[in-house]
Design a protein around this ligand. Structure first.
Ligand SMILES: Cc1cc2nc3c(=O)[nH]c(=O)nc-3n(C[C@H](O)[C@H](O)[C@H](O)COP(=O)(O)OP(=O)(O)OC[C@H]3O[C@@H](n4cnc5c(N)ncnc54)[C@H](O)[C@@H]3O)c2cc1C
Length: 532
């Protein structure tokens, strides 16, 4: 069963090894004992619904609690520490376009704010109902998960927008195909959510981000149904799919999407390599990206992330042996781990692997073709469960991300990490902060930063600490000319920074588009841009 507090399901656990606990105590200090609020206490906070009855709407308090937040750190503080103060007034589970249309019509008539809900994996506050204003209805799309069409001739498949990653891949796999979109939240996130937030899968280097995979779709908007046209390619004016991609529900509810699919790959492998330091590693990765080798994934961890990965593995003996071996080859304490993926035809993979090895060797790197790459692959959807166990131990963990041109990656890395670690330094609160470069492009790469700090016995203080770190990092990112989000979207958390990366006219175009489609302002109000 899906957890109400934390990530994933209640059956899966990722224990923190004893050696890792010692490491964390050494780096960020002994955790405080912090008690989580019980489910009963949370349910008691859910107020009476303000919605008039409708056959598709469920006003049950537990269902409303389950749809009240996503996975951002302030969502966690709300849910675990009981700071939550807004809830949807009801939850609807439509099963067809007609059901969704009926809910939109109901919302128009009753003046209700609609928030579509996919997997609830948003990490930027997309799903939080507003504190003031009209009642909110959460529209959970997960009953709309059917594969309705698959064309082997055109390599396209149409699904209901509520289909989750595992459901979608299982149905395609039965017929020998894949979408290849694997965000780390794959276990629970949905097709509609991926489109609405412009998500990026871990193997985007081979399969592409969600944008090129999205062929056409159907939306139910306040202004009426909207069908995106379908051509192999078109030059007939701006491509309106790009209005829907990243629209964060401000335009309407995506009910169906047709996606570009591929035959299952002939083979797939994940391997590792190590570089003596981050500077050399970044140079090697830039060379790899600009040589367009045909890899499916490239991920370069900085020294702190490399060390933390070793410590959290719990494989003390193996790690010590690996470190001894790497030291012998001149890869010492500043070591950086590269994980790379090969997906597709054997001959293409063999060539890409050979070319990559040459670049690694030319940059004083060392290839490791056993264990590490496959271990990363096997645990890639399990790793988010670590956040649950760390939280229970007394540690809060959050991530943020940007994309920067190559010329700013080194300075940006230092500036962002310094901003986070210095944000609460004067409160004597150390922070463990590390990052990796992934999703590389010829002109730059995305930087994904993880930071871990102690929960405070006072949840308001945990929230303030997080706000200071997130705020400081966001300011540095935008001052550097980086994007406020390479993959997580805008929601509430990034909204103050959107106007820095888009000019005033672009912001006006966005606002006016949303107002045209949603003149009564009833689609996920308060998210992405202010339209009031
Ligand atoms: C552990 C973890 C790992 C993650 N890893 C990645 C990653 O690797 N790459 C990445 O890109 N993101 C990642 N994310 C962020 C998140 O998973 C993505 O933003 C994802 O696309 C959200 O999908 P969802 O179905 O969960 O949407 P939700 O969280 O339910 O909703 C997100 C937004 O989309 C809107 N929405 C959802 N469905 C529809 C619909 N049918 N029509 C219109 N609007 C809709 C919602 O109203 C909301 O505004 C991660 C999150 C977590 C918690």
């Amino acid at each position: 069963m899906k957890r109400i507090q934390g990530w994933g399901n209640t059956e899966t656990d990722y224990p923190v090894p004893a050696s890792a606990r010692d490491y964390l105590e050494k780096v960020v200090g002994k955790p405080h004992q912090v008690k989580n609020v019980s489910l009963d206490e949370l349910i008691k906070k859910v107020p009476l619904t303000r919605l008039s009855p409708h056959s598709l709407i469920n006003p049950d308090p537990e269902q409303r609690l389950r749809h009240a937040r996503g996975q951002s750190l302030n969502d966690w503080i709300d849910m675990y520490d009981g700071l939550i103060n807004t809830f949807p007034d009801g939850v609807a589970y439509p099963e067809s376009d007609a059901d969704v249309r009926a809910l939109v019509e109901y919302a128009l008539k009753e003046k209700v704010n609609l928030i579509p809900y996919g997997g609830g994996s948003s990490v930027v506050g997309h799903l939080t109902p507003p504190l003031a204003g009209p009642p909110t209805l959460s529209v959970d799309l997960t009953k709309m998960h059917q594969l309705t069409h698959l064309s082997e001739e055109n390599l396209e498949a149409t699904f209901g927008a509520g289909v989750s990653g595992p459901q979608l891949e299982a149905r395609l796999k039965q017929q020998g195909y894949t979408l290849g979109h694997f965000p780390q939240s794959w276990e629970y996130s949905t097709l509609g959510g991926w489109i609405a937030t412009r998500s990026v899968g871990q193997q985007s280097y081979h399969y592409g981000r969600i944008e090129p995979l999205f062929v056409k779709g159907h939306l139910e908007t306040p202004a009426g149904p909207m069908d995106l046209p379908h051509f192999p390619k078109s030059a007939a004016g701006p491509d309106l799919r790009h209005l829907v991609l990243g629209s964060e529900a401000r335009l309407g509810i995506i009910t169906q999407a047709t996606m570009r699919i591929r035959p299952l790959p002939e083979e797939e492998h994940f391997y590792a390599a190590f570089f003596p330091n981050f500077e050399i590693g970044v140079e090697a990765v830039r060379k790899i990206a600009q040589s367009e080798l045909g890899l499916s994934m490239v991920r370069l961890s900085d020294p702190q992330e490399t060390e933390t990965t070793f410590q959290l593995s719990g494989e003390e003996r193996l790690v010590n042996l690996a470190k001894m071996g790497l030291n012998l080859f001149g890869v010492g304490d500043e070591r950086c781990m590269l994980i790379y993926g090969l997906t597709g035809a054997k001959a293409k993979n063999r060539l890409a692997d050979r070319q990559l090895s040459q670049i690694v060797r030319a940059h004083q790197g060392m290839m490791i073709k056993f264990y590490l790459g496959e271990a990363w692959m096997e645990k890639r959807f399990l790793t988010p469960y670590l956040r649950n166990t760390l939280w229970d131990l007394g540690y809060a963990l959050d991530t943020l991300e940007t994309a920067l041109p190559w010329e700013k990656i080194q300075t940006g890395h230092k500036a962002i990490l310094d901003a986070i670690s210095q944000a609460i330094e004067n409160e004597n609160e150390p922070v463990l902060v590390f990052s990796h470069i992934s999703h590389v492009y010829t002109n730059g790469g995305s930087m994904y930063v993880t930071y871990l700090f102690r929960r405070s016995p006072d949840p308001q203080q945990t929230l303030t600490h997080w706000q200071k770190m997130k705020g400081a990092a966001s300011q540095v990112i935008t001052a550097l000319g980086g994007t406020i989000s390479h993959q997580h979207g805008v929601g509430i958390d990034h909204k103050p920074f959107l106007g820095i990366e888009k000019d005033p006219l672009s912001m006006e175009i966005l606002k006016n588009t949303f107002k045209t489609v949603d003149p009564d302002q009833m689609m996920n109000i308060g998210k992405l841009v202010d339209t009031k």
